[in-house]
Ligand binder design. Structure first.
Ligand code: ATP
Ligand code: MG
Length: 454
């Protein structure tokens, strides 16, 4: 168990809070599964969480002034760098037969019934380690790897439709089998997703993209009908048949590429997810019967950027992903890459180049088996060697504007900029060595004399 947990336990031992604090959610679930402890903790108590938050602050247990949500009886503190969510277990019981609503099992039961899944409704007493399973099925579901809602699934999803997305995520994050009827309940309640904000949907999607099974999550989103509610552009890829290089439709190709990319870099994952989003709107069949997607990368870049902004991804993420989508065909067309083409690639993509190569490699890996495909590892190696000779920062005009003016006697004006751009092109095509001012002067004077540079 991690340090934040130790701090919390020791910091409350022997106080009025001892024995009254229950860990719940990921921390309990993942420990029982033998998985690494999550960084954030959730604590339930039968007394006011607001009071406890305040106590934590006064006793220097929390590093921040608590963030409180009095309307919900919840608060957040920070212990040893970890966020700790504090929740008041509802003491008022809805059960007509409960005469003592303040009894522990009743209140934990009440709390458990409001949670999303039975495996997330297991409680561990912070001090004596007692495990509580108020629903009575949580432990069994965890052991048998079953994803089940505490109350009838349609009610759970009706209350908070975000739980439908969490169901898809947990299924693949933990490896759970949906209980009978769970997926039908999602299909029945999917339209409720309309009341969930784009930000919350985005956060769930981002978590899914961080999983090794991101492709399976997305497929579930499509099959349940959830995807088309917030990403009709992506759902449109299903069933779009492609030409000779492909054995899969655009959707399945995209999912295979996503799987082969692997998790870890959100921009690259979104780049792969969206790389062919321009295909459905640009599909045509030419006179010879060949399937064409003319300009799909440019259309796709626009669609991707618009959709990412709708989903409230940061503008920088949206524009980087759009750049990857737009550039993903650049390496496909060429047979052989000259050093000059690679230098241009470095200049155009800069720090985004590793992600572009990731997208291109994943894309190529999902083509029809046996077709000739681009050798991305070899390309990476060549780029590495080229960058050793000339680091990306050296790919600029060897002469500054004032140096050009001094040399030519020109005054400031567009001509200076044009000369700089011309010099950069010569560096990229390899006729002037990077950062070689002498060679640049000679080349510039020669070009002006011969009229190459009007
Ligand atoms: P992870 O941190 O790996 O995503 P977690 O189970 O800890 O998993 P959190 O989002 O941290 O998930 O939430 C903590 C707990 O709060 C959950 O285990 C669940 O019991 C409850 N919970 C969170 N969100 C919801 C929700 N939308 N509806 C019902 N219960 C929820
Ligand atoms: Mg958690």
């Amino acid at each position: 168990m991690g340090r934040p947990l130790e701090r919390l336990r020791e910091g409350t031992r022997g106080t009025e809070w001892e024995g009254r604090l229950w860990l719940v959610g990921g921390a309990v679930r993942d420990r029982l599964l033998g998985r690494p402890a999550p960084s954030d903790l959730d604590l339930v108590m039968e007394r006011s969480a607001l009071e406890f938050a305040d106590w934590c602050w006064r006793h220097r247990l929390s590093e921040i002034r608590p963030v409180t949500y009095p309307r919900f009886g919840t608060a957040m503190v920070m212990v040893d760098g970890a966020t700790v969510e504090l929740v008041t277990a509802r003491s008022e019981s809805y059960r007509a037969d409960s005469r003592k609503p303040e009894v522990r099992p009743a209140t934990l039961l009440e709390d458990a019934r409001r949670r999303d899944f039975t495996v997330n409704a297991l409680y561990e007493n912070l001090h004596d380690g007692t495990l509580a399973d108020p629903l009575g099925v949580g432990l069994q579901d965890l052991r048998r790897r079953v994803l089940r809602t505490p109350i009838p699934a349609e009610d759970t999803f009706e209350e908070d439709p975000l739980r439908m997305l969490r169901a898809v995520r947990f299924r693949w994050q933990i490896g759970l089998e949906p209980a009978e009827g769970l997926w039908d309940a999602i299909r029945a309640k999917r339209a409720r997703l309309a009341i969930v904000s784009r930000e919350r949907i985005r956060d769930e999607l981002t978590k899914m993209l961080g999983l090794a099974d991101a492709d399976r999550c997305l497929n579930d989103l499509l099959e349940t009908g959830l995807l088309e509610l917030f990403a009709p552009e992506l759902a449109a890829m299903r069933g779009v048949a492609q030409g000779d290089y492909h054995h899969l439709d655009v959707w399945d190709h995209t999912l295979l590429a996503l799987r082969n990319l692997g998790p870890g870099d959100l921009v690259a994952s979104l780049g792969v997810l969206l790389h062919d989003v321009g295909k459905p709107p640009t599909r045509s069949v030419d006179a010879e019967g060949r399937v064409r997607f003319l300009g799909h990368e440019a259309v796709g870049a626009e669609v991707a950027e618009r959709w990412l902004r709708e989903m409230r991804y940061p503008a920088s993420v949206a524009s980087q992903v759009a750049k990857l989508v737009k550039g993903h065909m650049r390496l496909m067309s060429a047979e052989e890459f000259t050093d000059s083409a690679l230098r241009r690639l470095v200049r155009d993509f800069g720090p985004l180049l590793p992600q572009l190569l990731g997208v291109v490699e994943a894309d190529a890996s999902a083509l029809r088996p046996g077709v000739r495909r681009i050798d991305v590892p070899a390309l990476r190696e060549r780029i590495r060697r080229l960058s050793e000779q000339a680091p990306p920062a050296a790919l600029e005009s060897p002469l500054s504007g004032s140096e050009i003016m001094e040399l030519t006697g020109w005054t400031e004006g567009p001509r200076v900029g044009k000369a700089k751009a011309w010099l950069l092109e010569r560096v990229l095509d390899g006729t002037i060595p990077p950062q070689d001012a002498e060679a640049a002067r000679a080349a510039l004077m020669e070009a002006l004399r011969s009229g190459d540079l009007p």
